[in-house]
Write a protein that binds this ligand. Sequence first.
Ligand code: RIB
Length: 305
Amino acid sequence: MKKKKILVIGSLNMDWVIPVNHMPKEGETILAESYIEIPGGKGANQALAVKRLGGSVTMLGMVGDDTIGEKLISNLATEKIDTTKIEEIKQINSGLALIYVSNYGSNSIVVLPGANSRVDKNYIDKNIDVLKDSDIIVLQMEIPEETVYYIIEKAHEMNKIIILNPAPAPEYLKNELYDKIDFLTPNETELEKLTGILVNDINGAIKASKILLSKGIRNIIATLGENGALLVNKDTCVTFRAEKVKAVDTTAAGDCFNGAFAVALGEGYSLEQAIQFANKAASISVTRKGAQPSIPFINEMKSVL
Ligand code: RIB
């Protein structure tokens, strides 16, 4: 089977990662000891995951005309990702993310979208041939919502497989888009926001996923952190256990999951196998620090395939 071409359209950010003993509460000031700059952005992380795990990937997105933008592009190019269509926008900063990582690996992220906010319909139209030439389109929500919706419409017209990682979760998804999404991959927080259902255990996740299914989304794959993943579609409702690991930093675990899932799907694996593959990749990523440095390579995944 011919390898499917994967197109990731989304954000590129520079992450400023600050290790903290605990997450600051509202109104609280805490002291940290260091910070480190690491390339990230949900779009770029997912593209990198595709590439490192053996997929064929092109990335569309935007950076500012600053040194950060240069670093973000050259970092992806070094990994041999096709970055030729990523645009550098004048007089705006590249995307930045301030990430607090706690002692026990959880995180809290504030994103300043910068150039990511300029990814618009015109840019998509300009690159419509890239969309035409791809098989699987991977999207997240760190570029403007209207652009994501426009891409979904276009990609659906072209019969592409659409994976939407609704991160960060919008208040709601446009009703007319539901049946155009092949795979929606929310985490617990996103699932809760999209449905208004409390998701603090597996039953909550199932209930919320079934609501999305009833609205027309074909497959909901909820990522549940250490509890693995949940697949809900018209034929099944099944959970996939995550490997027990010692998490040091969960940043980009979801991105790793999405990229890995797209690769396995593109290689022709079954849905269940693709989720197991993605689970494994995500479980490796949480044992390492940072967004992009944590993403595994295909040779670390042999045991799953
Ligand atoms: O999913 C992790 C990513 O979210 C980080 O790399 C950060 O840039 C934010 O986009």
